[in-house]
Design a protein around this ligand. Structure first.
Ligand SMILES: C[S@@+](CC[C@H](N)C(=O)[O-])C[C@H]1O[C@@H](n2cnc3c(N)ncnc32)[C@H](O)[C@@H]1O
Length: 248
């Protein structure tokens, strides 16, 4: 059995002490198998089946470059599961928002998105920090990022990268039928805005992944989204990865 340890944990004020504690805990595990440590997760004696998913691991090795990207493997495997489910349904894929495009790039190779020319993957982001909006400045936000992300998807004619503010930009470019959607904007208003436009376009059986739903730092999203979904009779499942999962 394999283990997966990446020392990236968020919200820690003494990283050295925390990692030493994790190491001590690892040393106490019989067999020391099935351990995932990173991205605020610590498991042991788990199958970690995604480590045996060859298309995922090959694509992940090629495209997850930073330590943070490498720590979120379990989250990316969840997104891949949702995308694979979408391949059985009629409709396009959506990600609001894609930032550097890492997750979507991993998905495209893992499922061979080129083999589905009739299906599009719509990726949105601001790409540059806009201090007038309540969104995080990310380390690689820049005037060039939009062009860099478009280049990252060169060769995928069916990936549509659009710069703009969600939900406003959805009036210009957006699919009518959605087979898979990933929301990851760290921003409750933007996510509710996206849901107002796009949720009804998700086809029955389509998976929605809410990247920030279970994270305390983004609790405002759960607080806004729970009553929004309740109006339509849905409940979100909070996953141990911090993601939220909903089946339309
Ligand atoms: C955590 S990053 C997304 C990471 C990406 N989903 C991935 O898995 O690789 C969050 C992104 O949301 C974008 N964002 C936040 N509010 C937005 C809005 N209203 N419209 C478009 N993009 C937004 C930010 O610019 C940022 O790049």
């Amino acid at each position: 059995m394999a283990n997966y340890l990446k020392p990236i944990f968020f919200g820690i004020h003494d990283s050295e002490g925390f990692i030493q504690g994790i190491q001590k805990a690892v040393d106490c595990i019989s067999g020391q198998d099935g351990i995932y440590a990173g991205d605020n997760l610590f498991t042991h004696h788990r199958n970690l089946g995604f480590l045996e998913d060859e298309p995922l691991m090959k694509s992940f090795a090629a495209h997850a470059q930073t330590e943070v990207e490498q720590a979120v493997l379990w989250r990316i495997s969840t997104v891949l599961w949702g995308a694979r489910n979408g391949l059985k349904l009629d409709g396009d894929f959506v990600e609001c928002a894609c930032y550097k495009g890492t997750t979507a790039r991993v998905i495209c190779d893992a499922i061979g998105f080129n083999d589905f020319p009739e299906r599009k993957y719509y990726l949105y982001d601001l790409f540059d920090h806009d201090p007038s909006l309540p969104h995080h400045a990310m380390p690689e936000h820049s005037k060039q990022l939009f062009a860099q992300v478009k280049k990252r998807f060169e060769g995928f004619e069916n990936v549509v990268v659009t710069q703009g503010k969600v939900p406003d930009v959805l009036t210009t470019v957006a699919p009518q039928k959605i087979a898979f959607m990933h929301l990851d904007m760290n921003n409750a208003d933007a996510e509710i805005g996206a849901l107002e436009v796009l949720f009804e376009r998700m086809v029955p059986g389509a998976i929605l992944i809410l990247d920030d739903y279970g994270w305390l730092a983004y609790r405002a999203q759960k607080v806004a989204e729970d009553p929004w979904f309740a109006k339509f009779g849905y409940r979100v499942l909070e996953l141990p990865t911090g993601q939220g999962l909903l089946v339309k």
